[in-house]
Design a protein around this ligand. Sequence first.
Ligand code: GDP
Ligand code: MN
Length: 397
Amino acid sequence: MNLHEFQAKELLFKNDVQIQKGYMVSNLDKVEKVANKLSSETGTEFFVVKAQIHAGGRGKGGGVKVAKSLTELKDYSSSILGMMLKTPQTPKEGKLVSKILIAEDVYYPGESENQEFYISLLLNRSTSKIMIMYSTEGGVDIESVAEKTPNLIFYEEVDPSLGLMPNQARKVAFNLGLHGTAYKNMIKFISSLYLAYVNCDASLLEINPVLKTSDNKIIAVDAKMVLDDNSLFRHKEYKDLRDESEENPVETQARAVGLNYVDLDGNIGCMVNGAGLAMATMDLIKQSGGEPANFLDVGGTADADRVEVAFNLILQDPRVKAVLVNIFGGIVRCDRVANGIVQAYKNIKDKIKVPIIVRLEGTNAEEAKDIIDNSGLKIFSASSFFNVTEIIKEVLS
Ligand code: GDP
Ligand code: MN
């Protein structure tokens, strides 16, 4: 689950990470009140207005503006709130900005000793460790740093059973070229950041930029945080953080009925039971010259209702040229699944404009094939993987 910057910063603040202080606003009437509050809390006279959308690169697209007076703040707020913000990470038409973050300006204008760093934490699945990636080149997009000057990116792997060791925190601060108070503050910053990552069950935490101010404070100016969906049951409070207007609507519908659906870019929709078989099926589609349009695990109960919902989800994607149903009948019998498919097909017949390929293997597979073949519906029943490949090739040719 992706978070907005203001939500990520709230979680960071609760975990003792120094942040640029600010408040989210979705209504222009609140701008002045928030500005006064920020001024009395931090003494700031300058503010920054930041569009809150689930995409980075907002600064370049005009979604981040520094205001040097209340009048400027109101102007920028009214131009950013409600705009269609286009960045390299949004769809072509941009994304509607319905929330802004108004924050204190932490850059102390006129001072040239501000320094911007990059720090991110993520799970390295191949080593089962938490990787801290950091660089002196913050504020710019890290992909281009990785491409042009990979030597300026450092990596530190943390064993989660030990936690971040003091020498590792010191190494980060040292490699960023810090000394004195800034060095000490960076050690505290990185230690709190690590704990925030662990405590929040994040799968990604990226701070770009981390700012060193001229008076040696270390502050998170931006925050991108992705929470691990598998941990949501442990954090009931996260329910309110989900912003469905930012999510893929088909994925939202699937979640509502307990289906595991991930939208992909391809042309063959697939409906499978079990994540392992789903992966194998996606490989099979690729080998047959297609590209999977989605990942969809219908789980153990492939009954008519779930199959119908699943068909509906898949068929919403205009890129889908065929749907492949590949179900292994272990606990669930194939004939029951076949009946479910036939029933679901009949219920939504008008919506089905593409070929449906069904492969049912396992308990009562023969009966299942008969049910499909005798249904009088336009369903290709495939008896083997080879058969599936042939049919997909034919559909795509
Ligand atoms: P992004 O473009 O979506 O990554 O948004 P960021 O939050 O990283 O902001 C973009 C840039 O705006 C940062 O790299 C900073 O250089 C600048 N910026 C952010 N906050 C402030 C601020 O308080 N004062 C000033 N002067 N610049 C800021
Ligand atoms: Mn940023």
